[in-house]
Design a protein around this ligand. Structure first.
Ligand code: HEC
Length: 112
């Protein structure tokens, strides 16, 4: 992948440096841009709380990079009220099965 960035001259050196810097953090913006799926409708409402990178002092669980099936299970259990929650029960009720499947697939494709 990086071979395309090996241009000659100062611009090439800068591009390579940038690629190396981006590669250093596995969860960096470059990794996110490589994710195969576009964020489906609704996913941006999740990332306000479930941030794409770990936040210090946050009790909100991270869901990026989790298995899609796991996220779907969580959402269904929150939706039905089978699992207690502070906010997720109400949030999960706002999405139907197809939306949850699309959002779960997208989160699963995000860097952990
Ligand atoms: C207002 C903040 C907020 C938003 C918005 C939000 N969540 Fe959550 N989420 C939480 C909190 C807090 C928990 C812990 C359970 C609880 O107290 O409700 C949680 C738990 C979860 C869990 C369980 C993870 C685990 O390991 O226990 C999943 C999966 C999840 N959320 C998915 C989503 C999805 C998908 C969306 C968008 C549709 C979303 N959340 C939007 C705050 C939020």
């Amino acid at each position: 992948m990086t071979s395309r960035l090996l241009l000659r001259g100062p611009a090439g050196a800068l591009a390579l440096a940038g690629a190396l810097a981006a590669g250093a953090g596995a969860a960096g913006p470059a990794a996110a841009a490589d994710a195969p799926l576009l964020a489906p409708p609704g996913a941006s409402s999740c990332t306000g709380c479930h941030a794409s990178r770990p936040l210090p002092d946050s009790s909100i669980p991270r869901i990026a990079g989790r298995k899609a099936g796991e996220i779907v299970d969580f959402m269904n259990n929150y939706r039905s009220g089978a699992w207690p929650s502070s906010v997720m029960g109400r949030i999960a009720k706002g999405f139907d099965e197809q939306q949850i499947a699309a959002i779960a697939a997208w989160f699963a494709a995000q860097p952990q």
